[in-house]
Structures are given as structure tokens and as C-alpha cells.
Design a protein around this ligand. Structure first.
Ligand code: ZN
Length: 487
């Protein structure tokens, strides 16, 4: 008997993202997703006979930015094809897409493998295409069969998409999720897509097969319909388990398309018949030729990517790697932090304030950094005052909270809280110390007679002074003033 069989998952992912443009890919209709059904449509995106597509150059630019964010190389020549099939969401009977010669080729994304080592997942290519309309069925479970009524909305028809196809380089659901999350972060950074999962701007399909230690290869199964990172992870895990069970029973994994049912947590074989599909070169669109100067121009628009940014924070500013990761997760947050530093805040201190205080408020209020009430220059000023000890850390946080609460200026907050900047010292402190000593003669006696060997009574007096000064005196100065007063 052979030893225990082991199975290595082989996973590839296709990701669709909506490109961030004002108008659709082949017409001038708006890409606004909040519009009433069938209001952002025209003969072109409806595919009416005689209408002609015209390529929106902004889609090419955003597609290139997305591809560059994934280390892909732009192609100077690419082609559009017709992918023909019949479905109610596709009135013209074909989708315009790219197949051979897509605009961006051969990139990669780095993820961590099961041992925590960095691993390159190759991106085969990125191509641009049009989205199709959307169907809504009145049956509660979303099935077409048995639905009383189906509605079709063509607003989505002609929305600009990029499809990003990976090589089958992933070996676990975790790697797949990290790949998808990293891709999302990078295309967002590039300004190519909002990639908002909740608004249907990012969708996943996964190809899953298993390689058995006895040399057998299971067939590849395409799993469709995952709309969240959680669904992507669960669908792949389910599929690995299902295929493993079949192979352990010496069965054959069918080469098929399966749908992820999020509510039930299972994949089911697609009952839909495979539609007749054929690719022909789109006769109404010329080959897309992109001059080198234009490629250079788009490349110049590429911002610094999150990984590189995080590495720079660590190297130039001594920010701990885990903090740098948090700060660079969102481009707007990273830019806020950098604006604080540019305004003169010490990087490590500014990083701590942003990571703890600013993110706390964003979480509490469920807002983005764009809606955060304190401008970066003002936070920088606050950080500086704490650094220069004009404000204690506690006072700094009080001032911060007050500014957020009242949406007021820094000096206004300091004044409203009755804080004396620079703390209480000199004569005022000496006076307070005298008053405390007079009110506690027995404690003073104990200290003077040398009974306070552990310094507990001294600490007690210090505490009273700090309380009396509402924490505005510096502990070091209080200790010195007490020592002096006690001789
Ligand atoms: Zn249109």
C-alpha cells in the first residue's frame, strides 16, 4: 500500500474591476451607479443596429495604470474582439473584449506563502472590456427558474472593466485572498479603480484543481460568483475539500463551471448550457495603437505604491514595519500622515498619533480620512507642542478630542480646556507645594525624621501636587520643588 496521499491545490484567479472613468467604454453615457434603472443608456451601449462603438481614451489610461500597479508591461498594439453569446443582459448578442494582444502583459503580485516567505504570483495579463447589463429576478433566492418576473437594467451595459488573469501560482485560499487584497490596494493607489466590493466594482472567479502525490492531476474547475474576500476564501476551501474527497475515492473531478452559493456555503454545478461562443476581431474598432510617448506619460502618473511607501517609512523615518503597513494601507491616509511630517511633525510621533488617535476617530465615526476634521498641519502643530513639552501627552489628547468634537482651532481648544501651556512651574508651583506641605504636617514630619525610606510618602505628596495643578506641572519639577521645600 502506498503511504498517505497528499494534495497540492493549484489555484488561478480572474478578477474583474470597474475602471474609474466618468463615462462608459464605448459611448458617452455616465458611469454613475446611483442612477434609476435604464436611464444611463444610448444606442451604442444598448447595441442597437447601426450604432458604432468609439473607444474612451480614459479607459485605456486607467487600464494601463491598473496594469502598471501590478508590474505589467504595456503593449503598443492591442486588439478588440467580439465574444458572441445570447443572454438577456447582452442585447447586441456579443461583448466587446480583448483576448489575444491585451493592453497589459506579464506582471506579478507578491504574497506570503504558508511559511511567511514572499512569493511571486504571476499576472498573465490585463485586458479591458465592456460590462453587460444586470438582471434582477423577483424570486427570493435569485434563481432564474421559477422566478415570477425578471427585470433587466442596461445602466451597467458598457461600463468599463479590466479583467486581470493570474497564472495558477497560488497554493491555498489564504494566498488567493492576499493576492486579491493586494491587487485591490494597488489599483486603488494607482487611481485606476475604486474596487469597492460592496458596490459590485470587484468580482472574482477562481480556477481550482488538485495535484495528487501519486501523480494524478484533477481536472480544473472554474468557480464563479464570488463578491467578497470571505466568499473567495470559503469557495476555494470548499472546492479543495470537494475535489480531494473525489480523488480519494478514485473518482474523476469533472471539468466544469460551478457557482458559489454564499448563503449555503457550497459550490453547485452550473445548470446553464454552455452558450455558443466565438471570438472574432471587432470589425468596428481599429487595432489600438499606443505611442511610446503616451506610455511614458501614463507611467509618469503612477504614484508610489504601498509596499515601496512602507519600506521608505521604515528606512528613512525609522517607523516600525507593522505601523508602516497600517499607515500605507490606504493612500489618502498615507498622504495625510506625510503631510503631517511635511508640516514639521517628528515622523515616529506623527505615525503614532495617526495610527492610534486618528484611526480611532475614523473607526468610531465610520468616516474616511477625507472627512476627518483636523487638517494635517494642525495635527503636526499639536504633535510639536507635545514634543516640546508645552503640552503633556494627556493634555495633547484632550486637545485632540476637543478639536474633533467641536471642530475648532488648536488655540481655541487649549483655551476652552483651561490649559496653561508650558505647564505650571516657578512661583506658582512653589506656592502650591507650600500649601500641600502645610495641609499635611504629619507626612512632612515622617519624611523629615527619615522614616520614609522607600519614598512612599514623598510619592504621596507628589500625587497631591499633581492633582492640585490638574496634571499641568511636570513630575520632574514637582519632585525638585518638593525636595527644595523640605530642605
Ligand atoms: Zn451609452
Amino acid at each position: 500500500m502506498a503511504g498517505e496521499l497528499t494534495f497540492t491545490p493549484v489555484i488561478g484567479i480572474e478578477i474583474h474591476i470597474r475602471l474609474k472613468t466618468a463615462t462608459k467604454i464605448f459611448c458617452g453615457c455616465s458611469t454613475n451607479t446611483d442612477a434609476a434603472p435604464n436611464t444611463n443608456i444610448c444606442p451604442v451601449c444598448m447595441g442597437l443596429p447601426g450604432s458604432l462603438p468609439r473607444l474612451n481614451i480614459a479607459v485605456v489610461q486607467k487600464g494601463m495604470l491598473a496594469g502598471m500597479a501590478l508590474h505589467c508591461t504595456p503593449r503598443q498594439k492591442s486588439l478588440f474582439y467580439r465574444k458572441s453569446y445570447f443572454y438577456p443582459d447582452l442585447p447586441k448578442g456579443h461583448q466587446i473584449t480583448q483576448s489575444d494582444l491585451p493592453i497589459m502583459a506579464e506582471g506579478y503580485i507578491e504574497v506570503h506563502d504558508s511559511e511567511g516567505k514572499l512569493k511571486k504570483i504571476r499576472v498573465n495579463h490585463l485586458h479591458v472590456e465592456e460590462d453587460v447589463g444586470s438582471l434582477r429576478h423577483s424570486a427570493a433566492d435569485g434563481r432564474l427558474e421559477g422566478a415570477a418576473t425578471s427585470f433587466v437594467d442596461y445602466n451597467r451595459s458598457g461600463m468599463p472593466l479590466a479583467e486581470i488573469v493570474s497564472e495558477p501560482d497560488m497554493a491555498s485560499a489564504q494566498e488567493a485572498v492576499e493576492y486579491a487584497m493586494t491587487l485591490q490596494r494597488r489599483v486603488r493607489y494607482a487611481g485606476a479603480s475604486e474596487a469597492d466590493l460592496d458596490r459590485g466594482m470587484m468580482r472574482f472567479d477562481a480556477n481550482v484543481s488538485l495535484k495528487c502525490s501519486d501523480g494524478r492531476w484533477g481536472n480544473r474547475v472554474e468557480v464563479k460568483n464570488m463578491n467578497s474576500f470571505h466568499a473567495l476564501e470559503k469557495a476555494i476551501e470548499y472546492e479543495i475539500k470537494r475535489q480531494k474527497k473525489i480523488l480519494l475515492q478514485n473518482g474523476e473531478v469533472l471539468r466544469e463551471t460551478r457557482h458559489w452559493n454564499d448563503a449555503r456555503g457550497v459550490t453547485t454545478a452550473s445548470r446553464a448550457k454552455e452558450f455558443y461562443r466565438k471570438f472574432i476581431v471587432e470589425p468596428d474598432l481599429p487595432p489600438l495603437m499606443i505611442p511610446q510617448e503616451w506610455i511614458d506619460k501614463v507611467a509618469a502618473q503612477m504614484p508610489e505604491m504601498p509596499d515601496e511607501k512602507a519600506a521608505r517609512y521604515v528606512k528613512d523615518w525609522n517607523i516600525p514595519p507593522e505601523v508602516a503597513d497600517v499607515l500605507t494601507d490606504d493612500r489618502a491616509l498615507a498622504e495625510y500622515f506625510e503631510a503631517c511630517v511635511a508640516a514639521g511633525a517628528a515622523p515616529v510621533r506623527a505615525a503614532n498619533w495617526v495610527r492610534t488617535e486618528v484611526l480611532r476617530i475614523l473607526n468610531e465615526r465610520q468616516i474616511t480620512i477625507g472627512d476627518f476634521p483636523i487638517r494635517p498641519e494642525v495635527l503636526a502643530e499639536l504633535v510639536k507642542r507635545v514634543d516640546e513639552r508645552r503640552l503633556s501627552t494627556t493634555q495633547g489628547k484632550e486637545v485632540f478630542d476637543h478639536m474633533v468634537e467641536k471642530n475648532c482651532a488648536l488655540d481655541e481648544a487649549v483655551k476652552a480646556l483651561g490649559i496653561t501651556e508650558g505647564g505650571i512651574g516657578g512661583d506658582a508651583l512653589a506656592g502650591t507645594v507650600q500649601a500641600i506641605l502645610q495641609a499635611n504636617p504629619d507626612v512632612v514630619e515622617e519624611i523629615k525624621s527619615g522614616k520614609d525610606t522607600k519614598g512612599k510618602k514623598m510619592k504621596f505628596l507628589q500625587g497631591l501636587v499633581m492633582k492640585e495643578t490638574k496634571g499641568q506641572a511636570r513630575p520632574q519639577e514637582v519632585a525638585e520643588a518638593l525636595a527644595k521645600a523640605l530642605g
